[in-house]
Design a protein around this ligand. Structure first.
Ligand code: GTP
Ligand code: MG
Ligand code: NA
Length: 347
């Protein structure tokens, strides 16, 4: 397939971390929504997907020192939210299995917790590059928030005791990562960042917005400079079923993460099901507006064709028995059906 860095797809970024570290809140701040408050018990129980367009990235990043809007070459981010509760290990595994990068959210007040360690193991095993969000910096005693400033510039203007508490806490996190055999440093430490072994940490407050621009700018820059080859859009279909969901009025639908290639209305699809491979036809493709969450029942819009990377709701007959976490195929020639069914059997 033809590859070109002029035609980058959105990087897929998975947000992982222990329960209540602020993963959903961070996405709410990016989207300017309030999904987290609507969750039962404040606990995420499904995988989510949000498309963050380039304009929204640029707007967030303007505050970041040394940031130039023209440098953002990706068309956006596709951000996958996952649950941190211990009982959803399968969803963390599924979400992290198809992402290009991850944001590992750590509560600065708590350090590395059980599902943080579990998430680190997933990322290391799959060689997924990740950035640590050192979240809840607003909880540093006497911290004054300023979401419109570069977080490092802003931290430099805090009272001395705030700076000392920050240093003490992040150094504890550095030690905890070292115990896992990993080197971490703040993302503005140019000397350490020159060493590819170091994993960057960005101080954030998902609640107040501080540092979110720095985090997004860092990911955009890293994605383009180090991984543009991987992000070159290709036509060959790469799609995975993330969730199987009954939606009132729509029947049982599947939420699909389309990494590369296109899905079109009326495409014949083949996917794995409880009783063996399912062959069906796409009756509709739906997506929420940009900056809206795929897992929230909102006003979806219908599309005739969708190009990766996107999170998309696929409507088709017979999805009640579909299995999540496995690939979705499109039949291009009639004689492919047997082959694709066999692929599903093997999965
Ligand atoms: P799960 O999806 O259930 O694993 O949790 P989560 O990581 O998505 O965390 P969530 O966004 O649900 O936030 C948990 C709690 O922490 C909520 O009460 C948030 O308001 C709060 N919170 C999140 N980020 C911050 C932050 O930066 N500062 C402060 N003070 N509170 C935060
Ligand atoms: Mg959540
Ligand atoms: Na939560």
């Amino acid at each position: 397939a033809e590859k070109s860095v002029d035609n980058l797809r959105a990087p897929i970024i998975c947000v992982l971390g222990h329960v209540d570290t602020g993963k959903t809140k961070m996405l709410d701040t990016i989207r300017r929504t309030n999904v987290q408050d609507g969750e039962a018990g404040g606990i995420t129980q499904q995988i989510g997907a949000t498309q963050v367009p380039r304009d929204a990235i640029v707007e967030r990043c303007k505050q970041v020192r040394e940031f130039r809007a023209a440098d953002v070459k990706v068309p956006g981010f596709l951000i996958i939210d996952t649950p941190g509760h211990e009982s959803f290990a399968n969803l963390r595994s599924r979400g992290s299995s198809l992402c290009d990068f991850a944001i590992l959210v750590v509560d600065l007040m708590h350090g590395l917790e059980q599902q943080t360690l579990e998430s680190i193991k997933l990322l290391v095993k799959r060689h997924t590059p990740f950035v640590v969000a050192l979240n809840k910096i607003d909880r540093l005693h006497m911290y004054e928030s300023s979401p419109r400033k570069d977080v490092y510039v802003h931290l430099g203007t805090q009272a001395n005791n705030v700076k000392l508490e920050f240093k003490k806490r992040y150094e504890e996190v550095v030690v905890q990562f070292a115990e896992q055999g990993l080197n971490v440093c703040l993302s503005n430490d140019k000397k350490k960042m020159a060493d590819p072994d170091y994993i960057p940490m960005v101080p954030t407050s998902a609640y107040c917005g501080d540092g979110i621009g720095n985090l997004m700018a860092f990911i955009a820059e890293m994605a383009q400079s180090k991984y543009s080859d991987r992000l070159a859009f290709i036509e060959e279909l790469d799609a995975t079923v993330m969730e199987v969901k009954a939606i009132p009025g729509l029947g049982t639908t599947i939420d699909v993460i389309l990494v590369n290639g296109r899905l079109k209305n009326n495409d014949i699809i083949v996917l794995s099901g409880i009783d063996g491979p399912i062959v069906s036809q796409i009756r509709d493709l739906k997506m929420p507006e940009p900056l809206r969450e795929l897992r929230v029942k909102s006003e979806y819009r219908s599309f005739k064709e969708i190009q990766g990377a996107q999170g998309v709701k696929v409507l088709a007959k017979g999805m009640e028995k579909a299995l999540a976490g496995l690939p979705l195929y499109v039949v291009n020639q009639a004689d492919e059906i047997d082959l694709l069914q066999a692929e599903c059997e093997a999965a």
